[in-house]
Design a protein around this ligand. Structure first.
Ligand SMILES: Nc1nc2c(c(=O)[nH]1)N[C@H]1C(S)=C(S)[C@@H](COP(=O)(O)OP(=O)(O)OC[C@H]3O[C@@H](n4cnc5c(=O)[nH]c(N)nc54)[C@H](O)[C@@H]3O)O[C@H]1N2
Ligand SMILES: Nc1nc2c(c(=O)[nH]1)N[C@H]1C(S)=C(S)[C@@H](COP(=O)(O)OP(=O)(O)OC[C@H]3O[C@@H](n4cnc5c(=O)[nH]c(N)nc54)[C@H](O)[C@@H]3O)O[C@H]1N2
Ligand code: SF4
Ligand SMILES: [Mo]
Length: 678
């Protein structure tokens, strides 16, 4: 069916944002324009509810600032002075420059940089991958989001597999651990509310009493980066008070005897000193967890944006096994569920095109370093579906790199983002409602299809279309650069080795665009770990130089600054997306720095003061909220705001680009700062 040709009507859609909920949408069209976006009541999990951000999405897709044409830079880098050019000139300029660079410096002098501003599988990890593999460009390790925790979880559980969120209506205890669920996973809140009506308790463990903490039955404040100690303290009590499920441990785990001996050192008094959680709270939580079934832990991203984040998630992931929760409907945990919906990535991304090429891997969390110090140097940067000048750590170094006059930078986006301001060539991107793609949630178990609903906005092009054009310009004439979007989706679903996706084909998705992974038999005790069991003791970790048992590792020293700084995302933006849309800025009002009243009174800061937050990496300015929603010694901000000379809201000026313990992960929340009245 051709939806774009129909001027009026209501069409099915998928939210393409990097959000676990991946809602089903209804797109209302009038006169060829989308005039309203609402939730699709037929979506089995999201059931017609969507967030305010996307309810206001039309303000973004028709924002007068949206890019309509290709541009070339006509002023100094970063000044935002551009002139309109044609697509022909844009492609010609880029490919001519790249051919020269490849001749002189080799293809690894070119670095692609992208993330998941659109979760469409063929647009954001499809044709682009084929293109850069064929070229032999530097590879990007895409580790900015959840990779430390992902690797940590895998050591325990063997893969990104967890509880079916639909089953959590049966849970009797929810532990929201380092996740701001009310803002970042709203349908988990809806499901928990249903369970709450049947008596379920909701516990939130966080460094900030934000909207999620306020919603909890019991909020437990904790010092940043200490959660693995708390989890070990819970294990201590569970073993000591015989609240563990011995039969489950025997049958489905390895290392429970070693663990039992190991956790003796993590007695509640010791754990309390580390975490700031009172001894009686540790006992109470452990007993609650040991005595309530089914219990469910939602493991968030907050705990793993720390230097010790991988080990922290690995440790928390052991808890459900201790009390045998995996056998119960609604019991267990979710860190991420993407394993159930893996498609045929080989066919889509074609890593075989890299064969016999000498390339190198650059960790995206070290973009500043890569642009300033890489040897051999990066001479050209191609940014798409991401906004590193705002979202990447140690942001001043990133911007210093982007400002290099000799760096040839191309940015493909819907807006002239802070990153695009540094570009030599800017290319306009379509929104996901203008493209065909398929979407696989990392929380619920549904794969969804988006068919284009509106014509491309002015001269904008999708990622797949752009890379087809670039391939042509580079003289890559092979078939894989001519495949259509539909062909690529078919390839993604064809000969897929993932048994949970059996029977899900392109036709099936066209017929019914919500298809559930066939998860029957997930927990039959055969894990994808080396031992085939849940690994409380991991020989693989020992072989790789980690402690093989769950362990608390303190955060490293980050300089002589009094506060740990936790700059997370906010409610009305999605990372930096929406930070340039007036409607969403108005909803979010102003960025705040939350500070404990004791700290404020010691420094003479009062509520509403503008403060300078600084360390040896940079500074930013925020308005203080004084109160008791953070512990002393901790300051928290929310939102990745765009900045300008008038509003210095650039929180990533302060964050470290150190690499976490596992998966090359980011350490956004392990930096220290000082705060002074401006
Ligand atoms: N509204 C909205 N939704 C979003 C996003 C957004 O920007 N806005 N971003 C999307 C993306 S890409 C992601 S990855 C997810 C992220 O969403 P979440 O998984 O919720 O992760 P964060 O919001 O980064 O952090 C969650 C919580 O961890 C807390 N925290 C920080 N450090 C610690 C710690 O050491 N211990 C404990 N216990 N808590 C800690 C923070 O205060 C925060 O409340 O949300 C997605 N959804
Ligand atoms: N301080 C701090 N920094 C953080 C975090 C934090 O909690 N604190 N969170 C981190 C996390 S978890 C993440 S995931 C990253 C996210 O970082 P990014 O992935 O960079 O996310 P966004 O800031 O949303 O930027 C996405 C961009 O993609 C563009 N876009 C959308 N659709 C398309 C498309 O189809 N094609 C193209 N070419 N462009 C498109 C949007 O307009 C937007 O400018 O940020 C990280 N940075
Ligand atoms: S951002 Fe998340 S909650 Fe909002 S519509 Fe998209 S998927 Fe749903
Ligand atoms: Mo993320």
């Amino acid at each position: 069916m051709n939806f774009t040709a129909q001027k009026d009507g209501v069409f099915p859609g998928v939210c393409s944002l990097d959000c676990p909920d991946q809602c089903g949408l209804l797109l209302h069209k009038q006169d060829g324009k989308i005039v309203k976006i609402e939730g699709d009541p037929n979506h089995p999990v999201t059931k017609g509810n969507i967030c305010n951000k996307v309810r206001n999405m039309t303000a973004r897709i028709y924002d007068e600032k949206r890019l309509a044409y290709p541009l070339k830079r006509v002023g100094p880098k970063g000044s935002g002075q551009f002139a309109r050019i044609s697509w022909e000139e844009a492609i010609e300029t880029i490919t001519t420059r790249w051919r020269k660079l490849i001749d002189i410096d080799g293809p690894t002098s070119i670095l692609p940089y992208s993330f998941y501003g659109n979760m469409g599988r063929i647009n954001v990890e499809g044709m682009d991958r084929r293109f850069f593999h064929r070229m032999g460009a530097s590879l990007l390790d895409r580790t900015i989001c959840n990779s430390a925790g992902g690797v940590g979880y895998n050591y325990t559980m063997g893969g990104a597999f967890g509880t079916d969120p639909e089953d959590t209506v049966h849970s009797k205890l929810f532990i929201m651990w380092g996740i701001n669920t009310v803002s970042t996973n709203m349908h988990q809140v809806v499901l928990a509310e249903q369970a709450r009506k049947n008596g379920a308790q909701i516990v939130v463990i966080d460094v900030h009493k934000n909207q999620t903490g306020r919603w909890a039955d019991w909020f437990i404040p904790i010092l940043p980066g200490t959660d693995s100690a708390l989890a070990l303290g819970l294990m201590h009590v569970l073993f000591a008070e015989n609240l563990v499920d011995e039969a489950f441990l025997q049958k489905y785990t390895v290392g429970h005897e070693e663990l039992r001996a190991h956790i003796v050192q993590y007695d509640p008094a010791t754990v309390s000193t580390i975490t700031g959680v009172p001894v009686d709270s540790i006992y109470r939580l452990a007993r609650m967890y040991g005595e309530t079934s089914p219990s469910f832990i939602r493991i968030g991203n907050g705990i793993q944006h720390h230097d010790n984040g991988g080990m922290c998630v690995r440790t928390i992931a052991c808890l459900p096994a201790l009390t045998g929760q995996w056998l119960l409907k609604g019991g267990g945990a979710i860190k991420g569920n993407k394993g159930f919906l893996e498609h045929n990535k080989q066919a889509v991304q074609r890593p075989d095109l890299l064969q016999n090429k000498q390339t190198r891997m650059i960790n995206m969390n070290e973009l500043g370093k890569a642009l300033l110090d890489a040897d051999p140097p990066v001479r050209s940067l191609f940014v798409y579906t991401s906004n590193p000048a705002i979202v990447a750590p140690d942001g001043n170094r990133v911007r210093e790199g982007l400002a290099r006059e000799d760096l040839f930078t191309v940015v493909h986006d819907l807006f002239l983002t802070e990153t695009a301001r540094y570009a030599d060539i800017v290319l306009p991107a379509t929104s996901s409602y203008e493209n065909m793609d398929f979407y696989t949630s990392y929380w619920h178990h549904y794969i969804q299809l988006q068919q284009p609903v509106m014509e491309p906005y002015h001269e904008s092009k999708s990622n797949t279309e752009l890379f087809r054009l670039l391939a042509k310009g580079m003289g890559y004439h092979e078939q894989e650069f001519q495949d259509t979007d539909e062909q690529m989706i078919r390839q993604a679903l064809h000969e897929n080795r993932n048994p949970y996706m059996d029977g899900i084909s392109f036709e099936a998705l066209v017929e019914n665009h919500y298809r559930k992974a066939n998860i029957a038999g997930y927990f039959e005790g055969k894990m994808a770990t080396p031992s085939g069991k849940i690994e409380l003791y991991s020989q693989l970790m020992a072989d790789r130089g980690y402690p093989p048992l769950p362990t608390y590792v303190p955060l490293p020293d980050d300089g002589p600054f009094p506060y740990l700084f936790v700059p997370g995302p906010n409610h009305n933006f999605l990372n930096s997306t929406f930070s340039n849309n007036a409607k969403h800025i108005k909803l979010e009002k102003t960025p705040r720095l939350h500070m404990n009243a004791d700290d404020a009174s010691k420094t003479g800061i009062v509520d509403g003061d503008m403060v300078r937050v600084w360390n040896d990496r940079g500074e930013c300015e925020l308005m203080v909220s004084v109160g008791d929603n953070v512990l002393p010694g901790v300051v928290v901000s929310q939102g990745l705001w765009a900045d300008s000379p008038q509003s210095k809201h650039f929180v990533n000026a302060l964050t470290p680009d150190r690499i976490a313990d596992m998966g090359g992960g980011a350490t956004f929340f392990s930096g220290r700062v000082d705060v002074e009245k401006r």
